[in-house]
Design a protein around this ligand. Structure first.
Ligand code: CA
Ligand code: CA
Ligand code: CA
Length: 269
């Protein structure tokens, strides 16, 4: 996913807007618009994406997006899969901050946004006139799934450009169906983007490795037999994912005898 800023009709008379393009489909999408589709009436700038491209944070002065209608830009986050935009630089009563909020950054899992603010209404007793760094939690709602196939509409559009994908299909032939790739945040169109355990070839204790993704929580599980009624039990603590190599050392007591491993991946709560 790529996010950027350009004017809506490329003329100087319209405000800069935030746009996004999924790499897989190259279908441009206006991000800085109200849930009903109205483009922001004043400028939006500075987009930052979560690792999966679902969440976009940016600054905007557009009242359609939750700003106050005064000249001061506010920080908002758009959940592209739920079709909602939420004001983050807000006071406890929900009103937009009294001054500029800008320079928004978002965590890989899309759940936290940090920004710089000169408003003195976001925190009680903040009257020193200096800028502050604020952190806001993003309240994610369930993504739309209009065809009830277990795949978020936004995820289907980002990867396939339509809602024709099915949960069990495996178009890239990597052995994992679309629903599993959605849960693991791997690409359903690239065979090398797949959740797969690797075991260190030597050394004690044994070590397992895999390619991690932000926004996914992993739990290693083990069993002593591999059949239909295998009893899988957690091995170690859950691992909060980030984009990069993850590894877990197996406890010495389990590194002998017959041991089967599997890795469960779930979206971060
Ligand atoms: Ca769907
Ligand atoms: Ca697949
Ligand atoms: Ca894949």
């Amino acid at each position: 996913m790529i996010a950027y800023v350009r004017r809506q009709d490329r003329s100087l008379g319209t405000p800069p807007q935030v746009w996004a393009i999924p790499v897989a489909t190259r279908v441009e999408e206006l991000v800085s618009r109200s849930p009903s589709g109205v483009p922001g009436s004043t400028e939006s700038r500075g987009p930052r994406l979560s690792a999966d491209g679902r969440f976009v944070t940016y600054r905007t002065a557009a009242p359609e997006l939750g700003a106050a209608g005064n000249p001061w830009p506010q920080v908002v986050v758009t959940d592209r899969y739920a079709g909602t935009t939420a004001l983050l630089s807000r006071a406890a009563d929900g009103t937009p901050g009294s001054s500029l909020s800008t320079l928004a950054q978002i965590s890989g899992d899309g759940r936290w946004v940090a920004f710089t603010t000169f408003a003195d209404t976001l925190l009680a007793g903040d009257h020193n006139g200096l800028g502050d760094v604020a952190i806001a939690r993003v309240d994610a709602s369930a993504p739309a799934d209009s065809d009830s196939d277990g795949l978020a509409d936004g995820w289907e559009r980002d990867h396939f450009g339509s809602l024709d994908a099915t949960a069990s299909a495996d178009p890239d032939g990597d052995g994992q169906g679309n629903a599993d790739e959605q849960a693991a945040r791997t690409s359903p169109r690239h065979v090398e983007s797949v959740l797969r355990l690797q075991i260190s070839p030597e050394g004690v204790p044994l070590e397992v490795r895999w390619s991690g993704m932000a926004g996914v929580r992993y739990q290693l599980e083990h069993a002593t037999h591999l059949n239909a009624d295998s009893s899988w039990t957690p091995l170690g603590d859950p691992v909060t994912g980030y984009t990069g190599a993850l590894r877990v050392s197996l406890p010495t007591a389990t590194a002998s005898g017959s041991l089967f491993l599997r890795l469960a991946a779930q979206p971060t709560p």
